[in-house]
Design a protein around this ligand. Structure first.
Ligand code: E4P
Length: 218
């Protein structure tokens, strides 16, 4: 199972990488805007800075929504670094663009996926990753985890190689349940990854070990 961090914040990416458990990064236009990154040159430089921190799998999203625009942008993004995965929205021209990039040997992440049908289309087009947004489904009273389960089953039924990248993860239980279901990848903010560390019995147990050690060692 892969862990991606869902941010464009370089400090958070470095912290997750230093923990030794990070397999990649997902960004989106909102996350880039949150970091104040604007203008094509700055955006490209920022993606390069992210690639310089991690070992692989940096999702960089196209802004264009027409086929030609997506191809132009995605091709330029892919040239930044071999670690780039071109992130393409689940729209008609997006599916065509995924097929094009697949034929060119450029990896893709199909984003904004909210149904099993959309996930099937992404896999048929050859997407490397499909990103179902579970938190946003939960927000509107649909079961995001059920969608992950459906997609995992469908992909297994037919041996699709597209990896299920559970996105829009809001808390540790989302992450743990995704791992039970068999999602290939989870992407989440740093606090969800670090929250996995927490257990009160670990804290009290460690405090006791250290106190006992101090007592017998002066
Ligand atoms: C995925 O690639 C998206 O960037 C992300 O997971 C969206 O999450 P949000 O619903 O918390 O914005």
């Amino acid at each position: 199972m892969k862990f991606f961090i869902d941010t464009a914040n370089l400090n958070d990416i470095q912290e997750a990488y230093d923990l030794g458990v990070l397999d990649g990064v997902t960004t989106n236009p909102s996350l880039m805007a949150k970091e104040g990154i604007s203008g094509q040159e700055n955006v490209m430089a920022h993606y390069k800075a992210i690639c310089d921190i991690v070992d692989d799998n940096v999702s960089a999203e196209v802004i264009a929504t027409d086929f030609d625009g997506m191809i132009k942008e995605g091709t330029a993004l892919a040239k930044i670094d071999d670690k780039i995965v071109v992130k393409v929205p689940m729209i008609k021209d997006g599916v065509k663009a995924i097929k094009y990039f697949t034929n060119q040997g450029i990896r893709t992440n199909c984003t904004l996926v909210f149904s099993a049908g959309q996930a099937l289309l992404a896999a048929k087009a050859g997407a490397s990753y499909v990103s179902p947004f579970i938190g946003r489904l939960d927000d509107i009273s649909y079961d995001g985890l059920q969608l992950i389960d459906q997609i995992v089953t469908i992909y297994q039924n037919y041996g699709f190689t597209t990896e299920v990248l559970a996105a829009s993860i809001r808390h540790t239980m989302h992450l743990i349940q995704c791992s039970e279901i068999g999602a290939d990848v989870v992407t989440c903010p740093l606090n969800v990854i670090t929250s996995l560390l927490n257990h009160p019995l670990t804290d009290s147990g460690l405090a006791k070990f250290l106190a006992d050690h101090a007592k017998s060692n002066g």
